[in-house]
Ligand binder design. Structure first.
Ligand code: FE2
Length: 225
């Protein structure tokens, strides 16, 4: 029913997501139950904390731990990626390309959690053209829900055609963000979905809550691969 979950924190011990392999296994099981066919693993990458190389080494080790679980034989396809916190000057850093979703040019970028500013979309545009990647803008709905973007800024974000918008499933639950998703659907904007799942409690796999909203629309997942 859902070809991809583009945003998850399932890799064990990488960030504030899954703390251990058992939790990761259960998160994957639930996503599968909710009809997700492929899962992209997008642990946080903060450029001020570590180099891309260090991150990739940590990520490889976490992936190996996960795939050593007996349940791994039943996993749907898992693709390695990263959720990269946007920072100034990133467009000059060639090594960031290695953080694209495995086998693609899609780079999941997260705006900083401060009031949105002009430099952010400028940097996103530079990243797209200098690094020749396709920015996937993480949970745009969240910045709207948290009052960090105004109307004009939101138009610039969704109007940048060389990026893809990623929406968190929880957007279906809130009046303001639900309206935003409906508008994206009505005006035929391309967007992809993510659970942004971190755990099995307050940020558990949640494709169920988006399923209802989309059932009533003619949403089609964009073909990105
Ligand atoms: Fe995330």
């Amino acid at each position: 029913m859902f070809a991809y979950d583009f945003h998850t924190h399932i890799l064990p011990g990488m960030d504030d997501g899954s703390p251990d392999v058992a939790t990761s296994v259960e998160m994957i099981r639930r996503l599968r139950e909710q009809g997700v066919e492929h899962i992209v693993l997008t642990s946080h990458y903060y450029s001020e904390n570590e180099s891309v190389e260090e991150y990739l080494t940590r990520r490889a080790a976490a992936y190996e731990r996960l795939m050593a679980a007996p349940e791994a034989a039943e996993f749907p396809p898992l693709l390695l990626g990263a959720e990269v916190r946007l920072a100034r000057g990133m467009a000059d850093r060639e090594e960031l390309k290695q953080l694209c979703v495995e086998g693609t040019r899609l780079l999941l970028l997260e705006f900083p959690y401060v009031r949105h500013a002009d430099w952010m979309m400028q940097e996103v545009e530079n990243i797209a053209y200098q690094l020749e990647v396709v920015p996937m803008l993480a949970h745009v709905d969240r910045f709207l829900a948290w009052g960090l973007v105004d109307k004009k800024q939101l138009e610039r974000i969704i109007g940048f055609e060389d990026a893809i918008i990623q929406i968190n499933n929880e957007a279906a639950k809130d009046r303001l963000t639900k309206k935003f998703v409906k508008r994206l659907l009505k005006d035929d904007f391309l967007f992809v979905l993510g659970s942004d799942t971190h755990n099995l409690t307050d940020r558990a796999p949640n494709f169920d809550c988006m399923a209802d909203l989309l059932r009533k629309s003619d949403y089609e997942e964009p073909e990105l691969f």
